[in-house]
Write a protein that binds this ligand. Sequence first.
Ligand SMILES: [Zn+2]
Length: 154
Amino acid sequence: MVKRFDRDRLPDPVSGFEAEGLTLKGPGLWKTTACPFHGGRDSMRINTESGAWRCMNCGEHGGDLLAFVMRFHLLEFMQAAERLGAVVEDGTPSRPRPKATLSPAAALALIQSETWLIACTALATADALPDEQDRARLIEAARTIQHIMSEVPA
Ligand SMILES: [Zn+2]
């Protein structure tokens, strides 16, 4: 399975930092919290919109929640993204994907319907390019076919 980072699934900075155990205090865009790196009580500033963080005392800093999780837990990018629930298996977003246990017959039926969609669109657009949505659906159809090819045992 191909795993992929999906930024849209990141928690908002406030809930993300709170889930990491930080207590954000104060009004305004920048909140104050204890620095988990050097132990100071209120030296860290966190931007509630971007998630940027900086300790005014020890100087630890980063551009967003992901950078914080990487630095604090010493994780690689994808590990940090996974911890934050922002990793999906490729192809997951909108439609449920065919199961890995797809039977050859079901796979063929799915390929047939996806191919039919491509053929119909090709006919309907003989002298006009498909619009953005049509193109996106065609690409999805092609990816579905590719996915089936990779999942069905030879
Ligand atoms: Zn610090």
